[in-house]
Design a protein around this ligand. Structure first.
Ligand code: ZN
Length: 160
């Protein structure tokens, strides 16, 4: 069966950056299971998987615009320490859920200068060219319930 919209797809993958460093891999654990065509994985990878079948192995290089986006200056902002009322020990690298210009997201403290705290709302992989090494493990029809929920159930998916 070919990968197309509304298929439940299982893949193993290794993600490396432009320098060849491994950023993420499913090799030691469960395959990634997702519902194709729902934008639940990055656009470049979803496009590359379309039409593939079980057993296919391929490599794909994905530009930031089809990955986690370009680094955006306006996602970096300086706020006053008083924004973090109740948190005494702010440290570099701490992450918070916040409403950023693109909607809800994660912001990371990237600088602390007295009472001025610099927050970066870019995805940690924004601006990175991504190299995926992919193996398609399984392709099946998604159930009506999975389609209604917008995610895959069972092994590697949602349990509820
Ligand atoms: Zn569900």
């Amino acid at each position: 069966m070919q990968i197309a919209n509304d298929k439940a797809v299982s893949v193993h993958y290794t993600l490396t950056n432009a320098a060849g460093e491994v950023l993420d891999s499913s090799a030691e654990g469960d395959a990634l299971v997702y519902l194709h065509g729902q934008g639940s994985i990055i656009a470049g990878l979803e496009q590359a998987l379309t039409g593939k079948v079980t057993g296919d192995k391929f490599k794909v290089t994905i530009a930031p615009k089809d990955g986690y986006g370009e680094l955006m200056e306006d996602m970096i902002q300086v706020v006053d320490k008083s924004m973090f009322e109740g948190i005494d020990d702010l440290e570099l690298g701490m992450q918070f859920h916040a409403d950023v210009s693109q909607g809800p997201g994660i912001v990371t403290i990237v600088a602390i200068n007295g009472d001025e705290i610099t927050l970066d709302g870019n995805h940690p992989l924004a601006g990175e060219t991504l190299n995926f090494d992919v193996e398609v493990v399984d392709v099946r029809e998604a159930s009506a319930e999975e389609l209604a929920h917008g995610h895959v159930h069972g092994a590697g998916g949602h349990h509820h």
